[in-house]
Design a protein around this ligand. Structure first.
Ligand code: IVH
Length: 679
């Protein structure tokens, strides 16, 4: 890299880090994951190591945080609140230990290993056993006085009492304020219910609570304090080690981490680290790593500090759950139901210990929202610890030749046109029965019980039949009997199974018009709609020829479904498959035209518990009479059928003056129209 390029990159990183620092420390609104911040930071540090002469004077690599807000009173820490160096892997950890051993030759070194709490560092002052001040870390030199808020933290001792009777005159305790996971989830659930803002993570929730000027807000939040060090103690507490001094604090009621270890060797530290990483989901609080400290306090003193970090301690972060990488390509995948989904192919990157090279972008809307282009740098994180997601795009790193992504016009599998009706988020292949990607699902649906009802084919044999290339589309089902020999090669398929399969295929040929329409798997056409279509159009030719207006007159068919039906019959290969099915012998008795549809076009709603029938049955009776059954009451509702324990819908119907029928009256009305409960 030439010098100018290095400086440009350094400036860019410094600017980004400063922005995120401000957002994190001053505004309490982190804009990126800590691990991403660390990555940027290390990128800068690495550049500085490689080109020390170009190091910028305002680099954040040896400063901490940003200036505190002036809302609260500011105070200078008597003992600065410093930060910790980081190690990221076993090699770094060994190097950390080696540096210590070199400075303390021939000394036995033990390590105190603590949880690294992912919250907010604070300092607490106790004078003669009374909490007099709580201060945020701020920029490490100066912090904000948040005593009122701190006093509301429930697990934090406001006065120091000890059975041992040794309360120091001055005690300054350092530690972290957190919102334990359970409290965080409860708070978010409550806020959601009240329609209030929810927090992205426990750290934000804790920070947001401590920064409130009104202490009653902090008091209402489930905060907790965990101590991890003593900055000052007069008279001296007399403990010789880090671990003993933390133990000493517990006598006053301070909480320390729920896991805590003393290790005899750095190898043991590595083992503990791995153990805790695995236990991390079971802990009550969020942690982002472990803190390793030389246990002996005298040794700590000997080691001292380098720049603004102690030589005697380091943070050992857990593998990132978010990482930066680049988008190499965006492919479109056709799902089994014809949805076309964009998938970003990434330059492989480790995220939380797993290599991620593909990540779904869900839909074209998401691509627009993120504004992701081929060549972009993106942050990838794993949510719920499994599914990787693109969190954001870094336009700062966008190459000039980044390529914008457009929705493909034709299906990458079958080349049929891709369609995306207005108001829909997902694009789809219009290939229907023809598209290879949709074949298995189309077949499973076609043979299902409420469709052509071919037993066994869907669950047991469909995949093998596809592998043998015996089913290119659903019409091939009716030619399977021509391939007995091939069928017998399928594992577990004996003479008897072959015969059963062929018989049930043969039996399925006699069906109803409604089941056949349903079996075609036309988008938007479920069982009920299929029944309505069958009643309205009576025969296949009429249905095939129906225009938008005619379709929309069918109860249960709105304009979107009507479009889907038209699209289906406009695709040549669908018509071809349908023709082959009929040619294979599928037939039905013409549906008897319903004598009367007295409730034609009316909207009905059913609510509460019905005692003599299920809601399904009531719905079917209404639909048979031409009514639509809807889930919500509006002024257009013709009638509400109210069973036992009817709630808000009944209230609303009363308010709007909608007709209301109880179950008995409903059944009487149905009987009048010739609809009876099946025995
Ligand atoms: S000891 C000289 N112990 O990590 C600094 N820090 O990255 C001594 N932290 O600002 C810090 N858990 O807020 C220590 N068990 C622990 C910790 C811990 C979390 C935080 C602390 C510090 C930051 C440094």
């Amino acid at each position: 890299m030439d010098q100018t390029a290095v400086v440009v990159q350094m400036r860019q990183l410094i600017r980004l880090l400063a922005q995120h620092n401000h957002a994190y420390y001053v505004m309490d609104q982190p804009t990126i994951e800590d691990s991403e911040y660390d990555q940027l930071f290390h990128q800068l540090k690495a550049l500085e190591q490689q080109y020390p002469d170009l190091t910028q004077s305002d680099t954040p690599t040896n400063t901490v945080g940003a200036k505190a807000l002036s809302k609260f009173e500011n105070i200078t820490h008597t003992v600065p609140m410093l930060s910790l160096g980081n190690v990221f892997n076993q090699e770094d950890l060994m190097a950390f230990a080696r540096r210590i051993e070199e400075r303390l030759p021939n000394q036995k070194i033990q390590y105190d290993v603590e949880l690294k709490f992912d919250g907010l560092a604070i300092s607490l002052w106790y004078e003669n056993g009374v909490l007099v001040r709580g201060v945020t870390r701020g920029d490490g030199e100066t912090g904000e006085v948040i005593t009122q808020n701190v006093k509301t933290i429930r697990n934090l001792p406001k006065t120091l009492n000890s059975l041992k009777g040794e309360v120091p005159q001055l005690l300054e305790v350092r530690g972290e304020v957190l919102m334990p996971k359970a409290g965080f989830e409860k708070l978010n659930a409550e806020n959601l219910e009240k329609g209030e803002k929810t927090f992205a993570n426990p750290r934000n929730a804790a920070a947001g609570s401590l920064r409130q000027l009104d202490p009653s807000i902090a008091a209402s939040r489930p905060l907790a304090f965990y101590a991890y060090g003593i900055a000052q103690c007069e008279p001296h507490h007399g403990q010789l080690t880090m671990s003993a001094s933390l133990e000493w604090l517990t006598q006053f009621g301070f909480a320390v981490g729920e896991r805590h270890f003393v290790c005899d060797s750095i190898e043991d530290v590595q083992t503990v680290y791995e153990k805790i990483n695995a236990e991390r989901p079971n802990l009550s609080v969020e942690i982002d790593g472990m803190v390793i400290k030389v246990d002996d306090l005298k040794q700590q003193k000997q080691l001292g500090f380098l720049s603004r970090e102690p030589r005697w301690a380091t943070a050992y972060k857990f593998p990132a759950i978010a990482a930066l990488t680049t988008v190499d390509q965006i492919d479109w995948q056709v799902g089994r139901t014809g949805t076309i989904t964009p998938v970003a192919r990434l330059n492989p990157v480790a995220v939380g210990g797993v290599t991620v090279s593909n990540v779904t972008l869900h839909n074209i809307g998401e691509i627009h929202r993120l504004d992701v282009r081929i060549g972009d740098t993106v942050s990838v994180y794993r949510s719920g610890d499994v599914i990787p997601k693109v969190e954001k795009v870094w336009p700062e790193f966008r190459p000039v030749d980044a390529i914008e992504v457009k929705l493909p016009e034709s299906c990458p599998v079958c080349a049929s046109p891709v369609v995306m009706p207005e108001g829909e988020a997902l694009a789809r292949c219009s290939g229907g029965l023809y598209c290879a990607a949709q074949r298995i699902e189309a077949i499973r649906h076609f043979v299902s019980r409420k469709a052509m009802d071919i037993e066994g084919l869907g669950d047991r044999w469909a995949e093998s039949l596809l592998h043998l290339d015996l089913l290119k589309d659903v019409a091939d089902i009716y030619h399977l009997h021509e391939h007995r020999e091939k069928l017998l090669t399928i594992e577990k398929m004996g003479e008897k199974s072959v015969q059963n399969l062929i018989d049930s295929i043969e039996n399925s040929k006699k069906t109803t018009f409604a089941s056949f329409i349903f079996a075609l798997g036309i988008r938007g056409v479920g069982e009920t709609t299929a029944r309505m279509l069958a009643n309205t159009f009576q025969n296949l030719d009429a249905l095939k020829a129906a225009d938008l207006e005619a379709l929309k007159k069918t109860p249960d068919v709105g304009s979107i479904t009507a479009e889907w039906i038209i699209d289906f019959f406009q695709a040549e290969h669908n018509v071809e498959v349908v023709d082959r099915l009929i040619a294979a012998g599928i037939h039905w008795d013409n549906p008897v035209a319903p004598t009367r549809q007295p409730l034609n076009g009316e909207s009905w709603v059913i609510t509460g518990t019905l005692s003599q029938m299920g809601r399904d049955q009531a719905t079917q009776m209404l639909q048979a009479l031409g009514a639509r059954v809807s889930g919500s009451i509006s002024s257009k509702t013709k009638c509400l059928v109210a069973g036992e324990k009817a709630g808000s819908k009944l209230d609303k119907a009363e308010k709007l003056g909608v007709n209301i029928l109880n179950e008995t009256d409903f059944l009487a009305l149905m009987a009048e129209y010739g609809q009876h409960l099946d025995a």
